[in-house]
Design a protein around this ligand. Structure first.
Ligand code: GLU
Length: 449
């Protein structure tokens, strides 16, 4: 692991001590602190005012019981979380994740990342995250509804359009946001649209929000390609995952002239040399929440399914990890480098391990961290909040244009900040420093908060 400046090392040690066992949170903090050496060397005001130590401590952490009954009438119990990490730039903003792996350390890592990601969008949103260890897989709609209603029965008192604005993440899509919003509206007797984002188009949602994370990641890569006069035309792309982010990343790659030849789920991956047929994939995933193996069964000769294994073994020019944290490890990075991959951009949150990032950097593979490359989702959530606040709704074209401008401005800010701090072309350093300085300056202006 690279050395840390003594002040930063002290802050990191404190995080480990105060948050024992929260491995993913430690990893996310370490990754940001490793970029901040030149910033604290230049600006003693940040360390004098203990901004970094304060940033690593959430403003508020809420943990609650979520009881509900399953379809057989049995009582089930889950744990709910909301970590309200930082509100220097605006109301806490960030998704809810429903997945059995969720515990406080995952919510904190996601909330911490969200502070910098949201800052990079340039929009007035603070950072937060929440979720539950509830597993929606195999549950009926009625069970998911009862779970969401119970979850919101506690969460409602902590959120609001000027306080904290949740949205989706893994396991939370349009269906769940609907049940959550319905219960919020019922308890509070307020049609407060701006309290949740990712809503349906007929009840306060924004055009392009569904597509935004995947589209945004591809817009970001398009900007990376443009820096060397290149484009997606003719590029071979591998995407991991097959959920919302992956599906719309594939769609945009195809619109820009590239070809996505593989994607995956937790059981394995599919390779389709003719390019993934998105209509078929959407029908399987969105239609009946099926598995990618079904794609290979139905697609015919161009496609095959590999049970288990790593999707990163499939040769490509561009790799887009869009599944989950730490899915692209050193072995995967080695395989990608060996196959001539030139760009890795994170559609998911922290999908690349620190070892893998180092290997990619040493091999001069351009690497875009999630807090920059996947910021399109939350940026479009902020656009949804704008539309809700003005009781307006924008066209698809206008909203997509705004998204594309935001991604291009994040890209340029990463590069110019990396240049300014002596790390030209390093998107990790650029994203961390640009995200950090905006929040840190706001924290200094607001007094001891
Ligand atoms: N969960 C998404 C993310 O990781 C979106 C959050 C939001 O829209 O608030 O950024």
């Amino acid at each position: 692991m690279p050395e840390l400046d003594p002040n930063l090392l002290a802050a990191f040690d404190e995080v480990v001590r105060r948050n024992p066992g929260e491995r993913e949170f430690h990893q996310a903090v370490r990754e940001v602190l490793e970029s901040l050496g030149p910033v604290v060397a230049k600006h003693s005001e940040y360390t004098d005012a203990e901004v970094i130590r304060r940033l690593c401590e959430p403003e508020r952490q809420i943990i609650f019981r979520v009881p509900w009954t399953d379809d057989t009438g049995r009582v089930q119990l889950n744990r709910g979380f909301r970590v309200e990490f930082n509100s220097a730039l605006g109301p806490y903003k960030g998704g809810l994740r429903f997945h059995p792996s969720v515990y406080l350390g995952i919510v904190k890592f996601l909330g911490f990342e969200q502070i910098f990601k949201n800052s990079l969008t340039g929009l007035p949103i603070g950072g937060g995250k929440g979720g539950s260890d509830f597993d929606p897989k195999g549950r009926s709609d009625a069970e998911v509804m009862r779970f969401c209603q119970s979850f919101m029965t506690e969460l409602y008192r902590h959120i609001g359009e000027n306080t904290d604005v949740p949205a989706g993440d893994i396991g939370v899509g349009g269906r769940e946001i609907g049940y959550l919003f319905g219960q919020y509206k019922r308890i509070t007797n307020r049609y407060e649209s701006g309290t949740l984002t990712g809503k349906g188009l007929t009840w306060g949602g924004s055009q392009v929000r569904t597509e935004a994370t995947g589209y945004g990641a591809v817009f970001f890569v398009d900007e990376m390609l443009k820096t060397s006069g290149d484009s997606f035309e003719g590029k071979r792309v591998v995407v991991s995952g097959s959920g919302n982010v992956a599906i719309y990343a594939i769609e945009k790659v195809h619109q820009l002239g590239g070809r996505v030849v593989a994607c995956s789920d937790s059981d394995g991956y599919i390779v389709d040399e003719a390019g993934i047929d998105l209509d078929l994939l959407k029908e399987i995933k969105n239609g009946h929440r099926g598995r990618v193996s079904e794609y290979a069964d139905r697609r015919g000769a161009s496609a095959h399914h590999v049970a288990g294994g790593s999707v990163w073994d499939v040769p490509c020019d561009i790799a887009l990890p869009c599944a989950t944290q730490n899915e692209l490890d050193a072995a995967a990075a080695t395989a990608l480098i060996g196959n001539g991959c030139r760009i890795v951009a994170e559609g998911a949150n922290m999908p690349t391990t620190p070892d893998a990032i180092r290997l990619l950097r040493d091999a001069s593979v351009a690497f875009a961290p999630g807090k920059a490359a996947n910021a399109g989702g939350v940026a479009t959530s902020a656009l949804e909040m704008q539309q809700n606040a003005s009781r307006d709704s924008w066209s698809f074209e206008h909203t997509e244009q705004r998204l594309s401008e935001i991604m291009s401005s994040i890209h340029d800010r990463c590069l110019s900040t990396a240049d300014e701090y002596g790390a030209p072309g390093n998107y990790v350093v650029g994203a961390n420093i640009a995200g950090f300085t905006q929040v840190a300056d706001a924290m200094l202006s607001l007094g001891l908060i």
